[in-house]
Write a protein that binds this ligand. Structure first.
Ligand SMILES: NC(=O)c1ccc[n+]([C@@H]2O[C@H](COP(=O)([O-])OP(=O)(O)OC[C@H]3O[C@@H](n4cnc5c(N)ncnc54)[C@H](OP(=O)(O)O)[C@@H]3O)[C@@H](O)[C@H]2O)c1
Length: 235
């Protein structure tokens, strides 16, 4: 638990839960690096926060693109000594909502590349900065739909990619514990965003707060957990 200012990178920060995470962390006085795959959408988001007198830094980062991940990591290393937290928030939902029996290869592959591989490669690329910031943390924004224990049919690409992200979370947690970096998965709940839709019960402020609490309320030593607002979700 730390109240001092931390340097925190958020992926997919231009809208939805990611944008609101950036806003809440900036309000708490942290140095927020808002990343987005589109310079235009990212700069627009940064400008919206500036109107609220919240200053955040922009970083161009497409988490589905290995060269973008490498370039973003090198830009960060040029401008920062250390990173205290990485919030892997960016994700996509597959267009196919129906049964896995009819799920297309492209939808499953795209979800895996953005939702699973991206967070793994980005964590690898940022290890020197995260080690310099230790005790530091990686927070993988996951979903109830990624819980193997509660797995149901539908949204195959998304559910499988989040279950795989959870598996990656556990492996990274074990690998990085000796290096002073905690790694946890966290669900924001079902939230009213472009992804969650308008029927979702939670406003975006609450969804983001359910992730931000991992920075403000959870000890940096807690690792290898799948957390939600009120406790833990079975893997
Ligand atoms: N909303 C829910 O009910 C809910 C429930 C459980 C978990 N979650 C998780 O919460 C996180 C945020 O979801 P959300 O509801 O805020 O979704 P959202 O409104 O659709 O926003 C997704 C964000 O991810 C970005 N993104 C997608 N692919 C990217 C890529 N390749 N590189 C960089 N950024 C990329 C999007 O950027 P563009 O604007 O460029 O597309 C956007 O900023 C996700 O991990 C999601 O799985 C959401």
């Amino acid at each position: 638990m730390s109240t001092s200012s931390q340097t925190i990178l958020v992926t997919g920060g231009n809208k939805g839960i990611g944008f609101e995470i950036c806003r809440q962390l900036a309000r708490l006085g942290h140095h927020v690096i808002l990343s987005a795959r589109s310079a235009e959408r990212g700069e627009t988001a940064v400008a919206a926060l500036a109107k609220e007198k919240l200053e955040v830094e922009f970083l161009l980062l497409d988490t589905s693109d290995e060269s973008s991940i490498r370039e973003a990591a090198s830009t960060l290393a040029e401008n920062h000594q250390a990173l205290h937290a990485l919030i892997n928030n960016a994700a996509i939902l597959d267009v196919w909502q129906g049964s896995i029996v009819e799920a297309g290869a492209a939808g499953i592959r795209d979800c895996f590349v953005t939702n699973t591989l991206g967070p793994i490669l980005l964590t690898q690329a940022l290890l020197p900065l995260l080690e310099a910031g230790r005790p530091s943390r990686v927070i993988n924004v996951s979903s109830q739909l990624g819980s193997v224990e509660n797995m149901t049919d539908g949204w195959a690409g998304y559910g499988i990619s989040k279950a795989a992200l959870n598996a990656a979370t556990r492996k990274l947690a074990q690998a990085l514990k000796p290096r002073g970096i905690s790694v946890n998965a966290a669900s924001p709940g079902w939230v009213r965003t472009d992804m969650g839709g308008q029927s979702a019960p939670l406003p975006v402020e609450q969804g983001a707060a359910n992730i931000v609490r991992l920075i403000t309320d959870v000890p940096s030593t807690l690792t290898d957990r799948f957390l939600e607002a009120n406790g833990e979700i079975p893997w």
